[in-house]
Design a binder for this molecule. Structure first.
Ligand SMILES: Cc1cc2nc3c(=O)[nH]c(=O)nc-3n(C[C@H](O)[C@H](O)[C@H](O)COP(=O)(O)OP(=O)(O)OC[C@H]3O[C@@H](n4cnc5c(N)ncnc54)[C@H](O)[C@@H]3O)c2cc1C
Ligand code: SF4
Ligand code: SF4
Length: 431
């Protein structure tokens, strides 16, 4: 571990998804100092990896990139990336947080983001930004519009061949870099740690993540993204353009057997969105959504659903009991139609997407005595009617960290968390 550094701020924001960035901008604009900490090498959260957004079908990165640029250039927002919050303790005069800045093995103050190191590196790895569908080098800038534009070297997979160090024009590869300890003293804290999707192997009847043409909903987002891994929609096993694509709804929600009995609120809408985008890019393909109920509750969502029906997307009210594959890796679904008298049936598709649910990204929140609901999301005390409150003075929550929600609701709650934090900073007796 390298030496310790200490920082002070008005508000510490943990997480830089759309919730964290929105709260940082609102607090910074009001004249207070923010430190926004992100454990990944770039800010942006899940939203920067999405294709387009429902119900407007605006390009997700066209909306997220300006927010990333604004929060990273804001004079009152200090961003710390590739830095994880380990512990936060409540003190009489605010909070003290322990952070670990992970080594990139690149001297950031010298790097000019030329990518020469990346070009020279001979080692190819699975690209986590593409959720495993594409490849990256052992030293790479995480994605095209990442902020900041510094590469990260994968310590475990690097073979120490020295090629990156030889080509770097600024001599800034440092194989000996160590993690750094950072202490932040903050008057208030906003937790915006977001979500993960339910794991692909959560439900053993669905192939336990061993079926190559059964992909996750976030992988489908990347296949549909303008700068996705293949530049078009292909099925992973053989690169064939899929003629028949199916969505399995509630593949990780409303299911007691995997401990996620709640509705994840966004899966119906993102499946409809992806189906519409697929039908635009593959007009000859047949697209089917197997669902129990369609939940389209937001502004314009019902019209969006009706539009998808009008486009010819098949909606089949059926429960998918089992997923398997044949010798050509075509996917076989055993379905129980929700109609009286119907018998279980087997149907075949080229490619299947699981509409997984949203679960909290953490099991506990940095040692803080914060109240969680029965599913592990941060709970607001009853009767406060403010989703941003946590029951701890000066500690607020924003985005999916407090429960599944879409982007408009996330942005609204981030604004509310910023307002609560500003009110606290202006009225509480903190030095
Ligand atoms: C497949 C899919 C498609 C979707 N499509 C849409 C859509 O079209 N329209 C829509 O409205 N919604 C959509 N959503 C929902 C949308 O993704 C969320 O509403 C939104 O991204 C939530 O943002 P967030 O900031 O709360 O969380 P996140 O984006 O998860 O951000 C949390 C951030 O916190 C960081 N973090 C976590 N722990 C730590 C730590 N200890 N220290 C530092 N940083 C940490 C994470 O790395 C991450 O960057 C979709 C969801 C899925 C799964
Ligand atoms: S030293 Fe490691 S990161 Fe650098 S080029 Fe060789 S394998 Fe790639
Ligand atoms: S070659 Fe050096 S300066 Fe260029 S991106 Fe890589 S580390 Fe940065």
């Amino acid at each position: 571990m390298n030496g310790k550094t200490e920082h002070n701020c008005d508000t510490l924001i943990v997480g830089s998804g759309i919730a964290g960035m929105q709260a940082a901008l609102d607090i910074g604009d009001a004249g207070f100092n923010v430190i926004m900490v992100e454990k990944s090498p770039s800010i942006g959260g899940k939203m920067i990896s999405l294709s387009k957004v429902f119900p407007t079908l605006d390009c997700a990165s066209c909306i997220t990139t300006p927010k990333m640029a604004a929060s990273s250039h804001h004079p009152r927002v200090q961003m710390m990336t590739y830095t994880e919050v380990k512990n936060i303790s409540k003190k009489a005069d605010g909070f003290e947080a322990l952070l670990i800045k992970k080594p990139r093995f690149v001297i950031e103050s010298e790097c000019i983001s030329c990518r020469k190191c990346e070009e020279a590196c001979p080692v190819y790895l699975e690209d986590e930004f593409e959720y495993g569908l594409g490849v990256k080098k052992a030293i790479s800038i995480p994605f095209t519009n990442a902020i900041p534009q510094f590469p990260v070297l994968d310590e475990e997979k690097c073979i120490r061949c020295g090629a990156c160090a030889r080509v770097c024009p600024k001599d800034c590869i440092d194989y000996l870099q160590k993690p750094e300890e950072i202490t932040v003293k903050a008057k208030s804290v906003i937790i915006a740690t977001g979500y993960e999707i339910t794991p692909m192997d959560a439900k053993k009847e669905y192939g336990e993540n061993k079926l190559i043409n059964v992909i996750s909903s976030l992988q489908a987002e990347r296949l549909l993204a303008p700068h996705g891994p293949y530049g078009k929609v292909l099925r992973p096993s053989d690169g064939k353009i899929p003629d028949s694509i199916a969505y399995v709804q509630c593949a990780g929600s409303r299911d007691e057997s995997i401990g996620v009995p709640y509705c994840s609120r966004v899966c119906c809408m993102y499946a409809i969105k992806q189906a519409m985008l697929l039908s635009g890019s593959l007009p000859l393909s047949e697209i089917t959504i197997y669902y129990m109920d369609i939940r389209a509750f937001g502004k314009g969502y019902e019209q969006f659903y009706n539009q998808a029906r009008a486009m010819g997307i098949n909606f089949v009210k059926a429960k998918v009991a089992k997923i398997s594959e044949d010798s050509q890796h075509n996917v076989i679904l055993r379905i129980d139609r929700q109609e009286e008298g119907s018998k279980p049936q087997e149907v075949k598709h080229d490619l299947v997407v699981l509409s997984q649910g949203l679960i909290p990204s953490r099991k506990e929140f940095f040692g803080l005595d914060v109240k969680l609901n029965e599913y592990g999301f941060i709970d607001s005390p009853a009767k406060t009617f403010s989703p941003a409150l946590t029951g701890i003075d000066g500690l607020f929550v924003a985005g999916v960290a407090s429960g599944p929600k879409d982007i408009p609701d996330t942005i609204m709650e981030a604004g509310s968390a910023a307002m609560e934090a500003l009110n606290y900073l202006k009225t509480a007796k903190i030095s």
